[in-house]
Every structure is written in C-alpha cells, then in structure tokens.
Design a protein around this ligand. Structure first.
Ligand SMILES: NC(=O)c1ccc[n+]([C@@H]2O[C@H](COP(=O)([O-])OP(=O)(O)OC[C@H]3O[C@@H](n4cnc5c(N)ncnc54)[C@H](O)[C@@H]3O)[C@@H](O)[C@H]2O)c1
Length: 253
C-alpha cells in the first residue's frame, strides 16, 4: 500500500462506529496519525484498541462533536500529541428516522441541526485558523445524497445535509487561497446503525418507498473510506469545494 498520508495528523469525529470507524482505519493504513472522537465512550475505546492493534498511532477521546468544548479538546489533542492538524473529517451525525416536517418538534430540529450542521460549522471555524497558520490543511465533511435530493431521509436531516454541502463550498471559496481544501462526500445508503429502521416515521416511510425502487444494494462503510483517503491526500490537490457522490448510481436515476 502506498503511504500517501505519512506524517500527517487526521482528526475523525464519530469514529467509534460505522463510516467514521472505517475512515479512521483507512487513513491509518495510509500512514496518518489519528485523533478519533465519539460521544459514546465504549465505542471510541473499542475503536482505539482495534486501531492500535493494527499498528496505528492513535489518541482517542470522548467528545461531543456538536459543542465548541468537544471540538477544542479534540484539536488540542491533535496539536499536543502529534504537533499538527492536517486532515479534519467531520463525520459525526445522527439519523432523523424519516420524520416529516409536521413531525419535527423544536427540540428535534435543534438537535439534528446542532449535530449534523452546526457541528461541522463549528469544527471548520475552529480548524481554519490552525490550518492558516500551518499554510495548509484539508477538511472533508460527511454530507449525503439527502444534501441535494428530497425524499432520501426525513426533513431535518435533508435540510442539515443541504447545509453541509453549502458550508463546504463556502469554506473552499473563502480559504482556498490560504492553502485549505474543503470537500464533502455524499454516500447513498450505507449499512450502519444510522441507516437502521428503529423508530421510523410512518409518513416518512411512505415517501421512502417511492425512492427506494431504484436504490442499488446498500454500501458497506469500507466502500466509502477510500474516497476520504483520496480527498485527504495530495492526489486530490486540485480538488476543492466539490461534493463527491458515492451511491452506486442511485441519484443518476
Ligand atoms: N449510513 C448511511 O446510510 C449514511 C448515508 C449518508 C451519509 N451518512 C453520514 O455519515 C456519517 C456517519 O454515519 P454512520 O452511518 O457511520 O452512523 P453511525 O450511527 O453508524 O455512527 C455515527 C457515530 O457518531 C457518533 N456520534 C453521534 N453523535 C455524536 C456527537 N454529537 N459527537 C460525537 N460523536 C457522535 C455515534 O456515537 C456513532 O459512533 C454521518 O454524518 C451520516 O449522516 C450516512
């Protein structure tokens, strides 16, 4: 395996499970040192142990990716333990169980937008000054095909992921000249706990049925991670502000 990321420090939020865990493993394989975080202590500890067993240099912490404090603690670990913050993957996210607009309470709205959109915003806002000082840095946000289509999830998630794509483009334009690249990826449906069927809205499920007719088989987290490694590496040095769709052609229909 070519070591594209040797000597670089990557921060991955929500890395205790699913796509984030696969991304962390892939970046480590490519030579990156890792700071992984998750709000769930058991998950992040297990992921840390597995990554270490695979030979990765890794620091792990329990942190809320939606809070300024959690983000600051994670970036401090990167700087203190490894001396830089080269790659930021804003991966942490929560599902909305396909709740339609009329089913979304103020509390649910605040929670979903807080984690799925404000979290990446706060992390970008905290990372950019560090990356400007370094003269370079790469940010990769987890968007979704819900970020440019309706009916691929519930209302709040759809709105938040549309915001993530906008956030990505705005950061790319505002800080590209400072050596910072900011891109996002949009997976289709990936087999993780987020895509589980518990607590689904009946109204939302009726909408889901219409779109699912053309859905290819679900992806595995390992189908998503290589794209993040590419966007993190210099192989993508001319790629900035883009949204890379990884959905086996679902939205090509
Ligand atoms: N699974 C899919 O079909 C799919 C499709 C498109 C996009 N995505 C996006 O990919 C990302 C990862 O999703 P996944 O499917 O791996 O989900 P997952 O539920 O399997 O894993 C998400 C991880 O994030 C953690 N987390 C949740 N809230 C957090 C917070 N506030 N702070 C820190 N950690 C937190 C969870 O504990 C969990 O370990 C999300 O942004 C999601 O929206 C997923």
């Amino acid at each position: 395996m070519k070591s594209n990321l040797e000597g670089r420090t990557a921060v991955v939020s929500g890395a205790g499970a699913g796509i984030g865990r696969a991304i962390a493993a892939r970046l480590a394989q490519e030579g990156a040192r890792l700071v992984i975080s998750d709000i769930n202590a058991e998950r992040v500890e297990r992921a840390e142990a597995e990554l270490r067993a695979g030979g990765a240099e890794v620091s792990a912490l329990v942190a809320d990716a939606a809070s300024n404090e959690g983000i600051a603690a994670t970036f401090a670990a990167a700087l203190e333990d490894f001396g830089s913050l080269d790659i930021l993957v804003n991966n942490a996210g929560v599902p909305d169980h396909w709740k339609t607009m009329l089913e979304v309470s103020d509390e649910a709205w605040d929670r979903h937008l807080g984690i799925n959109l404000s979290g990446p915003f706060k992390a970008c806002r905290a990372a950019v000054p560090i990356m400007i000082k370094q003269g370079k840095g790469v940010i990769i946000n987890l968007a979704s095909i819900s970020g440019f289509r309706g009916g691929r999830s519930g209302f709040a998630y759809t709105v938040a992921k549309h915001g993530v794509i906008g956030l990505t483009k705005a950061v790319a334009v505002e800080y590209g000249a400072a050596g910072i690249r900011c891109n996002c990826i949009s997976p289709g449906s990936v087999e993780t706990s987020l895509a589980g069927m518990d607590g689904m809205s009946e109204e939302g499920l009726k909408i889901r049925e219409k779109g699912i007719v053309t859905r290819p088989p679900r992806a595995q987290p390992d189908d998503i991670a290589p794209a993040v490694a590419f966007l993190a590496s210099d192989d993508s040095r001319y790629v900035n502000g883009t949204n890379l769709v990884i959905d086996a052609g679902w939205t090509a229909w």
